[in-house]
Design a binder for this molecule. Structure first.
Ligand SMILES: *Cc1c(COP(=O)(O)O)cnc(C)c1O
Length: 363
């Protein structure tokens, strides 16, 4: 059966490989795989999340379509008004809703590539065109390239800060330049808790074309429950409310977010451990010859082998039972993104890459 033309043209999203597949390649059991491919929090959520879920007795009721308690809790955390917030089934859903509201077939959304793949996915899903404004050689957003890509069909500009997978943050001047274009700027702060830069969500009140996205998937360890949010100006929120499915965020997620915010010091301590570990990992990886380690403000880092032939980096790690993310984007052809895990995970990575280095030296 023939789908709509834009779905027919669309490439499927390539999610990280399933754990079982990695385990099979490595010849180890799935529990033994060191999972550093999806930027998940190795420490999991606050222990209060599990307690709160065990105590909760409202699973037979639908969630609140207006998300009142949930938005109140997130407003307190983010330092914004509850009225500026809409919560999604992951921030992925907010990206999807923005595309549905602002793109008609043929309209364009700009991606500062290489970047997170969901922007393109959600753009193409509604018949929009994902236009690439390539980042500079040091991965900085090229605001001239963005400006040159803008035409009468441009509606949205997506920018992640810190960017996935390059790990760098967007500078203030660049943000101002993007806001000055008048397009809706979607600033995706999925990793901002790991960076020293601080969130821009309080700036939304001053701009009618700025949206800031946040998520509980990475820093709060709730990836499996799917909770993300957007901070919106009223002129955008108004339309998103119309298209938001009434029960998009489930009640377990609602309970988990509140328990997380009630135990924020504990969760922040884990974020601190990940940041400390990131610095140790960057330094140790920096000592391995033949690999470029990009500095990162997030809970992952991008590694590029200095010799093109080394498409084997991912294969090598995989054979050691370490799952990492690889890419089809031409500028990342041989690169891998590796999440920061526990110290023991870092040790396994270093050991594996020392093996790679020895093999490369011999080759
Ligand atoms: C992981 C990630 C998200 C998605 O988060 P969810 O809330 O789990 O949907 C959004 N943006 C970027 C850049 C990410 O890496």
């Amino acid at each position: 059966m023939k789908p709509v033309p834009w779905v027919e043209r669309m490439a499927p999203y390539a999610p990280p490989e399933d754990l079982e597949v990695v385990a099979e390649h490595a010849g180890v059991s799935a529990e033994k795989v060191i999972k550093l491919d999806a930027n998940e929090n190795p420490y999991g959520p606050s222990p209060r999340v599990r307690e709160a879920l065990a105590r909760f007795d409202g699973f037979h009721r639908y969630p609140d379509p207006d998300q009142r308690k949930l938005r109140a809790a997130i407003a307190e955390y983010a330092g914004v008004e509850a009225g500026q917030l809409i919560v999604g089934n992951g921030s992925d859903e907010i990206i999807d809703l923005l595309c549905r509201v602002y793109l008609e077939p043929g309209d364009e959304a700009i991606d500062c590539t290489p970047t997170f793949g969901m922007y393109r996915f959600s753009t193409e899903l509604v018949g929009g065109r994902a236009v690439e404004a390539p980042r500079a050689a040091d991965w900085r957003v090229d605001t001239d390239a963005v400006r040159e890509s803008i035409n009468d069909h441009t509606r949205l500009v997506f920018v992640a800060t810190p960017n996935n997978p390059t790990g760098n943050v967007l500078g203030e001047e660049a943000l101002e330049a993007l806001l000055d274009t008048g397009c809706i700027v979607v600033l995706d702060e999925a990793y901002v808790e790991f960076s020293a830069a601080g969130s821009h969500c309080q700036r939304v009140a001053d701009h009618e074309n700025l949206v800031v996205l946040g998520t509980f998937s990475k820093w709060a360890g709730l990836a499996g429950l799917r909770v993300g949010y957007g901070v919106f100006p009223p002129g955008i929120a108004q339309h998103l409310w119309k298209v938001k499915p009434p029960f998009n965020v489930n009640r377990a997620a609602e309970v988990a977010v509140r328990a997380t915010i009630d135990d924020i010091a504990n969760v922040r301590a884990n974020v601190g451990c990940i940041v400390t570990e990131r610095e140790r990992m960057a330094e140790a990886l920096g000592r391995i010859a033949g690999i470029r380690v990009w500095p990162s403000a997030a809970n992952f880092m991008l590694l590029q082998p200095l010799h093109e032939r080394a498409a084997r980096l991912r294969d090598h790690l995989q054979r050691s039972g370490i799952a990492v993310r690889a890419y089809s984007h031409p500028r990342l052809a041989h690169a891998v993104r590796i999440s920061v895990g526990r110290p023991s995970d870092t040790d396994a990575v270093i050991q594996s890459l020392q093996g790679w280095q020895a093999a490369e030296g011999a080759a």
